[in-house]
Design a protein around this ligand. Structure first.
Ligand SMILES: Nc1nc2c(ncn2[C@@H]2O[C@H](COP(=O)(O)OP(=O)(O)O)[C@@H](O)[C@H]2O)c(=O)[nH]1
Ligand SMILES: [Mg+2]
Length: 252
């Protein structure tokens, strides 16, 4: 029967940079069930960031980037000998488990769940994306651009709902350019540039070198050592090569 497990040996290519993207399943339906603030809910984002921290501790990725309900994970040390089935199934279930635990531990969300009659199990999908270094940089630039698009769309949609119905608002936004959405909001006294950076550019988690002061009892002197600690960046710049160089994620 082992012969029938025909996908079990499918592995990521060696020498590539591996990105895994997990994405919440049907989170557009989960959002109203959890009574999330629109278009952004800081408690929800904090929960997803907590899941990313859990993941960082467990799997030591090089970099994580999250916005909306998606999480992009860059792996330089690929676990499970690079087996695609394992990566996708373990990572997606890790996020589902971590997310569910966070929701249940939150006073706000657990109270909502207690009175809800249909709280469906939470799940994430997952895909593996092998890229070279240039492709990896382009990938994160594209996802960040998508975060910006998402921000413009989100604010525009919820603003238009004050004037139109759901269908009309969605139709109105279809095919609109970013500048048009910016102007639409500006005409309604919303300067999207005032939205916090985490809404416009997403949130990243990466290792940062910190100095730790200690005392060497043998030499009887103070010593400074360095450790790499996960750092959550809520004020991201626009991604480019320099950004990844400055975080030691790529080398020259
Ligand atoms: N209200 C609210 N909804 C959010 C927030 N973050 C993500 N979402 C929802 O999650 C959805 C994610 O998009 P997508 O993955 O395409 O939808 P899915 O296929 O239903 O999971 C968005 O369309 C929003 O409905 C948030 O902070 N507030
Ligand atoms: Mg989703």
């Amino acid at each position: 029967m082992k012969d029938s497990e025909i996908y079990s040996n499918l592995r990521v290519p060696q020498g590539s940079r591996i990105i895994v993207r997990v994405d919440g399943r049907s989170f557009s339906k989960l959002a109203p069930r959890l009574e999330l603030e629109k278009p952004y809910d800081l408690d929800f984002v904090r929960i997803l960031v907590s899941c990313c921290r859990d993941f960082f501790t467990e799997f030591s990725p090089s970099f994580i980037y999250t916005f909306s309900d998606e999480v992009n994970i860059l792996l330089d040390e690929v676990p499970f000998s690079g087996r695609v089935e394992k990566l996708n199934s373990v990572f997606a279930s890790f996020f589902a488990g971590s997310f569910t635990r966070e929701i249940c531990q939150s006073d706000r969300f657990s109270r909502i769940l207690e009175k809800s009659e249909d709280f469906k199990p939470i799940s994430f999908d997952s895909r593996v994306i092998p890229l070279d270094t240039d492709g990896m940089i382009e990938y994160f630039k594209e996802r960040q651009d998508e975060a910006w698009r998402n921000c413009l769309n989100g604010y525009s949609y919820w603003t238009l709902l004050e004037e139109y119905g759901k269908k009309e608002a969605a139709l109105f936004l279809k095919g609109k350019k970013k500048q048009e959405l910016h102007d639409l909001l500006f005409g309604r006294n919303i300067n999207i540039m005032d939205a916090p950076l985490w809404q416009r550019r997403g949130v990243a988690i990466y290792r940062e070198k910190v100095s730790v002061e200690g005392y060497n009892p043998v030499k009887q002197e103070n010593v400074v050592s360095h450790r790499w600690k996960p750092h959550v960046d809520w004020d991201l710049p626009l991604f480019n090569r320099e950004f990844f160089l400055s975080k030691d994620i790529i080398t020259e």
